[in-house]
Design a protein around this ligand. Structure first.
Ligand code: CA
Length: 234
Protein backbone atom coordinates (compact mmCIF):
# COMPACT_ATOMS: atom_id res chain seq x y z
CA UNK A 1 0.00 0.00 0.00
CA UNK A 2 1.21 3.43 -0.90
CA UNK A 3 -0.03 6.87 0.01
CA UNK A 4 -0.67 8.65 -3.28
CA UNK A 5 -1.48 12.24 -4.10
CA UNK A 6 -3.65 12.62 -7.19
CA UNK A 7 -3.74 16.09 -8.67
CA UNK A 8 -6.39 16.52 -11.38
CA UNK A 9 -8.94 19.26 -11.98
CA UNK A 10 -11.25 17.10 -14.10
CA UNK A 11 -13.60 15.81 -11.43
CA UNK A 12 -14.77 12.79 -13.37
CA UNK A 13 -11.23 11.67 -14.10
CA UNK A 14 -10.19 12.35 -10.51
CA UNK A 15 -12.99 10.14 -9.22
CA UNK A 16 -12.12 7.38 -11.66
CA UNK A 17 -8.43 7.49 -10.77
CA UNK A 18 -9.13 7.55 -7.06
CA UNK A 19 -11.52 4.61 -7.24
CA UNK A 20 -9.13 2.54 -9.32
CA UNK A 21 -6.12 3.18 -7.13
CA UNK A 22 -8.04 2.72 -3.92
CA UNK A 23 -9.23 -0.61 -5.22
CA UNK A 24 -5.60 -1.49 -5.84
CA UNK A 25 -5.09 -1.00 -2.12
CA UNK A 26 -3.59 2.47 -2.04
CA UNK A 27 -4.42 5.32 0.25
CA UNK A 28 -5.51 8.33 -1.77
CA UNK A 29 -5.37 12.07 -1.17
CA UNK A 30 -6.68 14.36 -3.90
CA UNK A 31 -6.11 17.94 -5.01
CA UNK A 32 -8.09 19.77 -7.68
CA UNK A 33 -5.72 22.63 -8.34
CA UNK A 34 -2.01 23.35 -8.10
CA UNK A 35 -2.17 25.42 -4.97
CA UNK A 36 -4.01 22.73 -3.04
CA UNK A 37 -1.47 20.21 -4.35
CA UNK A 38 1.40 22.31 -2.98
CA UNK A 39 -0.39 22.62 0.37
CA UNK A 40 -0.98 18.87 0.55
CA UNK A 41 2.65 18.15 -0.33
CA UNK A 42 3.76 20.53 2.37
CA UNK A 43 1.48 18.94 4.96
CA UNK A 44 1.86 15.22 4.34
CA UNK A 45 4.24 12.51 3.24
CA UNK A 46 3.48 10.68 -0.01
CA UNK A 47 4.92 7.66 -1.74
CA UNK A 48 3.95 8.86 -5.19
CA UNK A 49 2.14 11.58 -7.13
CA UNK A 50 -0.10 11.53 -10.20
CA UNK A 51 0.02 15.05 -11.55
CA UNK A 52 -2.03 16.64 -14.30
CA UNK A 53 -0.09 19.45 -15.96
CA UNK A 54 -3.06 21.64 -16.92
CA UNK A 55 -4.31 22.90 -13.57
CA UNK A 56 -6.04 26.03 -12.29
CA UNK A 57 -4.30 28.52 -9.97
CA UNK A 58 -0.83 26.98 -10.06
CA UNK A 59 0.01 24.91 -13.16
CA UNK A 60 1.36 21.40 -12.92
CA UNK A 61 4.88 22.23 -14.10
CA UNK A 62 5.26 24.78 -11.32
CA UNK A 63 4.01 22.21 -8.80
CA UNK A 64 6.48 19.68 -10.19
CA UNK A 65 9.47 22.02 -10.03
CA UNK A 66 8.59 23.06 -6.54
CA UNK A 67 8.18 19.52 -5.23
CA UNK A 68 11.39 18.40 -6.93
CA UNK A 69 13.40 20.92 -4.96
CA UNK A 70 12.24 19.43 -1.69
CA UNK A 71 11.59 15.82 -2.71
CA UNK A 72 14.02 14.82 -5.44
CA UNK A 73 13.22 11.10 -5.20
CA UNK A 74 9.42 11.18 -4.96
CA UNK A 75 7.95 9.22 -7.90
CA UNK A 76 5.83 11.48 -10.11
CA UNK A 77 3.67 10.32 -13.01
CA UNK A 78 2.58 13.25 -15.16
CA UNK A 79 -0.66 13.41 -17.14
CA UNK A 80 -0.55 15.49 -20.31
CA UNK A 81 -3.06 16.50 -22.93
CA UNK A 82 -3.13 14.64 -26.22
CA UNK A 83 -0.42 15.86 -28.63
CA UNK A 84 1.17 17.87 -25.87
CA UNK A 85 4.70 17.03 -26.99
CA UNK A 86 6.10 20.22 -25.48
CA UNK A 87 4.27 19.43 -22.25
CA UNK A 88 5.78 15.99 -22.10
CA UNK A 89 9.28 17.29 -22.72
CA UNK A 90 8.83 20.09 -20.21
CA UNK A 91 7.41 17.62 -17.71
CA UNK A 92 10.32 15.23 -18.06
CA UNK A 93 12.78 18.12 -17.87
CA UNK A 94 11.09 19.37 -14.72
CA UNK A 95 11.61 15.97 -13.12
CA UNK A 96 8.65 13.74 -14.00
CA UNK A 97 9.54 10.06 -13.81
CA UNK A 98 7.00 8.99 -16.40
CA UNK A 99 4.03 10.41 -18.26
CA UNK A 100 0.75 9.32 -19.75
CA UNK A 101 -1.12 11.09 -22.52
CA UNK A 102 -4.86 11.61 -22.14
CA UNK A 103 -7.03 9.74 -22.73
CA UNK A 104 -5.34 6.77 -21.13
CA UNK A 105 -6.37 3.40 -19.88
CA UNK A 106 -6.71 3.20 -16.08
CA UNK A 107 -5.05 -0.21 -16.00
CA UNK A 108 -2.05 1.20 -17.82
CA UNK A 109 -1.84 4.07 -15.37
CA UNK A 110 -1.91 1.65 -12.51
CA UNK A 111 0.80 -0.52 -14.06
CA UNK A 112 3.07 2.47 -14.73
CA UNK A 113 2.54 3.78 -11.24
CA UNK A 114 3.33 0.39 -9.71
CA UNK A 115 6.55 0.29 -11.72
CA UNK A 116 7.54 3.72 -10.40
CA UNK A 117 6.75 2.77 -6.82
CA UNK A 118 8.68 -0.46 -7.14
CA UNK A 119 11.68 1.35 -8.55
CA UNK A 120 11.54 3.94 -5.78
CA UNK A 121 11.57 1.23 -3.15
CA UNK A 122 14.79 -0.28 -4.49
CA UNK A 123 17.82 1.03 -2.65
CA UNK A 124 19.49 2.24 -5.83
CA UNK A 125 16.55 4.45 -6.71
CA UNK A 126 15.11 5.23 -3.31
CA UNK A 127 15.08 8.44 -1.38
CA UNK A 128 18.20 7.50 0.52
CA UNK A 129 20.21 6.73 -2.59
CA UNK A 130 23.26 8.84 -3.17
CA UNK A 131 23.53 10.59 -6.52
CA UNK A 132 25.14 8.47 -9.23
CA UNK A 133 28.85 8.33 -8.65
CA UNK A 134 30.75 10.62 -10.98
CA UNK A 135 34.36 9.71 -11.62
CA UNK A 136 36.49 11.70 -9.22
CA UNK A 137 38.94 14.07 -10.88
CA UNK A 138 41.66 12.25 -9.02
CA UNK A 139 40.65 9.29 -11.18
CA UNK A 140 43.37 10.53 -13.51
CA UNK A 141 46.01 7.85 -13.36
CA UNK A 142 49.34 7.67 -15.11
CA UNK A 143 50.96 4.51 -16.30
CA UNK A 144 54.64 4.77 -17.27
CA UNK A 145 55.11 1.80 -19.65
CA UNK A 146 53.93 2.56 -22.24
CA UNK A 147 53.35 6.21 -21.31
CA UNK A 148 49.63 6.52 -20.91
CA UNK A 149 46.95 8.28 -18.90
CA UNK A 150 43.71 6.77 -17.67
CA UNK A 151 40.80 9.09 -17.19
CA UNK A 152 37.32 7.84 -16.34
CA UNK A 153 38.06 4.42 -17.79
CA UNK A 154 39.49 5.84 -20.99
CA UNK A 155 43.11 5.31 -21.98
CA UNK A 156 44.94 8.24 -23.52
CA UNK A 157 48.27 7.49 -25.16
CA UNK A 158 51.01 9.98 -24.43
CA UNK A 159 54.50 10.64 -25.70
CA UNK A 160 57.30 10.45 -23.14
CA UNK A 161 57.54 14.23 -22.85
CA UNK A 162 53.80 14.62 -22.49
CA UNK A 163 53.82 11.96 -19.81
CA UNK A 164 56.68 13.56 -17.86
CA UNK A 165 54.99 16.96 -18.01
CA UNK A 166 51.62 15.62 -16.91
CA UNK A 167 53.19 13.54 -14.17
CA UNK A 168 54.92 16.61 -12.78
CA UNK A 169 51.73 18.67 -12.95
CA UNK A 170 49.68 15.90 -11.37
CA UNK A 171 52.10 15.42 -8.50
CA UNK A 172 51.77 19.15 -7.85
CA UNK A 173 48.08 19.46 -8.73
CA UNK A 174 46.71 22.82 -7.65
CA UNK A 175 50.22 24.28 -7.38
CA UNK A 176 52.19 26.20 -9.95
CA UNK A 177 54.93 24.23 -11.65
CA UNK A 178 57.68 26.43 -13.07
CA UNK A 179 59.12 26.25 -16.56
CA UNK A 180 62.52 25.38 -15.06
CA UNK A 181 61.04 22.43 -13.17
CA UNK A 182 59.48 21.06 -16.34
CA UNK A 183 62.67 21.36 -18.36
CA UNK A 184 64.64 19.76 -15.54
CA UNK A 185 62.20 16.85 -15.43
CA UNK A 186 62.41 16.40 -19.19
CA UNK A 187 66.21 16.45 -19.18
CA UNK A 188 66.25 13.87 -16.39
CA UNK A 189 64.40 11.36 -18.59
CA UNK A 190 66.78 8.56 -19.67
CA UNK A 191 65.54 8.51 -23.23
CA UNK A 192 65.68 12.28 -23.63
CA UNK A 193 67.68 13.26 -26.69
CA UNK A 194 68.02 16.89 -25.66
CA UNK A 195 67.49 19.72 -28.05
CA UNK A 196 64.44 21.19 -26.38
CA UNK A 197 63.21 24.30 -28.13
CA UNK A 198 62.47 27.29 -25.94
CA UNK A 199 58.79 27.06 -26.79
CA UNK A 200 58.68 23.30 -26.08
CA UNK A 201 56.66 23.78 -22.92
CA UNK A 202 53.95 25.74 -24.73
CA UNK A 203 53.87 23.13 -27.47
CA UNK A 204 53.43 20.21 -25.06
CA UNK A 205 50.89 22.01 -22.90
CA UNK A 206 48.91 22.66 -26.06
CA UNK A 207 49.09 18.98 -27.03
CA UNK A 208 47.96 17.83 -23.60
CA UNK A 209 45.08 20.28 -23.61
CA UNK A 210 43.96 18.84 -26.92
CA UNK A 211 44.20 15.28 -25.68
CA UNK A 212 42.15 16.11 -22.60
CA UNK A 213 39.71 18.45 -24.29
CA UNK A 214 36.19 17.97 -22.94
CA UNK A 215 37.38 16.55 -19.62
CA UNK A 216 37.45 18.34 -16.27
CA UNK A 217 41.21 18.54 -16.57
CA UNK A 218 42.58 22.00 -17.23
CA UNK A 219 46.18 23.16 -17.52
CA UNK A 220 46.21 26.81 -16.61
CA UNK A 221 48.94 29.22 -17.53
CA UNK A 222 49.97 31.42 -14.62
CA UNK A 223 51.70 34.25 -16.42
CA UNK A 224 55.34 34.57 -15.56
CA UNK A 225 55.26 31.68 -13.10
CA UNK A 226 54.43 28.48 -14.94
CA UNK A 227 51.52 26.08 -15.23
CA UNK A 228 48.97 24.70 -12.85
CA UNK A 229 46.86 21.58 -13.21
CA UNK A 230 43.24 21.99 -12.25
CA UNK A 231 41.42 18.71 -11.90
CA UNK A 232 37.95 20.26 -11.74
CA UNK A 233 37.26 18.83 -8.28
CA UNK A 234 35.49 20.66 -5.51
CA1 CA B 1 -6.44 19.54 -16.47
Amino acid sequence: MAHLLIVEDDELLLDGLSAQLMQAGHRITTAQDGQIALDRLQAGAFDGVVLDLGLPRVDGLTVLRSLRQRLPALPVLVLTARDGVEDRVAGLNAGADDYLTKPFNLDELQARLQALLRRASLPAFGASAAPAATPAPSALRLEPHPPRAWLGGEAIDLTQREWTLLDLLLRHAGQVVSREDVFAAWQAEPGESGGLASNALEVYVHRLRRKFAGSALNIRNIRGLGYLLETGGA
